[in-house]
Design a protein around this ligand. Structure first.
Ligand SMILES: [Zn+2]
Length: 291
């Protein structure tokens, strides 16, 4: 199960649920605009999820994600929903992001009890992983809404979108959020050699360890000073770290061309920390040793 924590199933894999979600999508107009995101805390039928529902509601968890995504000028309505699913999962389909109480409960139960050796506090792990799953699904939503062409796997693209958005929340937010989001993968660092079935590598998502390294590489590439310790502590091997600036710049370049035109700049300045990360002014050059 741990290996699957960061997974989300494509709509094709959950046809029954996808159909149900599609039927509940609100009627929309075609003019792209901000303010089209609604939230939906579905009351749990499973009594075990009631405390989770209450905490999420009390802390305004969906409202926070709604605010982060508010600068996006959407052509249709987008709903952020938490509900009982009967499984640990999250997905995007037809204008609705669904994150199951079971998924959030799993994150909660597996969060560290105290701050870890890599400085991930219990709250960082909870909040970071929760942001990551919503923003990963938001990546799928934006690719859908804006008909973004994605070279490579869309799951990788959604991870990149989530990482980029978390970095946009500012210097003080980015480090705990990014490190918190990676918490589930940290067991790999303590057990550096794993044995997996070959079928694990057929998954539509990258292997968990790859997703971990991709995530921290982008963060380190964006702000090497802020994320210096991921290299100092050997969470990210030097051989990968040396080209992370290129990887971040390639992502920032893609975002600026494919997503940025759909962002309300005035609102974006208010909600996101737009000034602390570099945005390339030309297409980043691949490192000469890249093959
Ligand atoms: Zn996904």
């Amino acid at each position: 199960m741990l290996l699957r924590l960061f997974t989300c199933l494509a709509a094709a894999l959950v046809p029954a649920i996808a159909f149900a979600e599609a039927q509940s999508t609100p009627a929309t107009s075609t003019a792209a605009q901000s303010g089209r995101i609604t939230i939906d805390y579905v009351a749990p039928t499973n009594a075990a999820h009631k405390p989770l529902h209450d905490v999420l509601t009390k802390r305004g968890a969906l409202e926070r994600i709604q605010t982060i995504l508010s600068p996006f000028k959407l052509p249709r309505d987008l709903t952020l929903r938490v509900k009982d699913c009967g499984m640990v999962n999250a997905w995007y389909d037809s204008g609705v992001i669904t994150v199951c109480y079971e998924y959030l409960d799993f994150i909660k139960k597996n969060a560290p009890k105290t701050t870890t050796r890599s400085d991930v506090s219990p709250e960082d792990a909870l909040v970071g992983q929760t942001y990551f799953v919503f923003l990963h699904e938001a990546g799928h939503a934006m690719f859908d809404f804006f008909e973004v062409p994605v070279f490579g796997g869309e799951e990788d693209g959604a991870d990149q979108f989530a990482t980029y958005m978390m970095l946009q929340l500012g210097k003080n937010e980015a480090f705990p959020l990014i490190m918190g989001a990676t918490y589930t993968f940290q067991s790999f660092l303590r057990k550096p050699e794993i044995t997996s079935s070959i079928s694990e590598f057929s998954d539509i998502h990258g292997a968990p360890a790859q997703r971990y390294f991709n995530l921290i590489c982008i963060a380190y590439g964006a702000q090497p000073d802020t994320f210096k310790e991921v290299v100092d502590r050997h969470y990210l091997p030097p051989s990968r770290a040396e080209d992370c600036a290129f990887e971040y710049n390639a992502l920032a370049w893609a975002f600026s061309h494919l997503i940025e035109p759909n962002i309300d700049q005035e609102l974006g300045q208010k909600v996101l920390a737009r000034d602390w990360l570099p945005v390339p002014t030309q297409r980043p050059k691949r490192p000469p040793h890249a093959s």
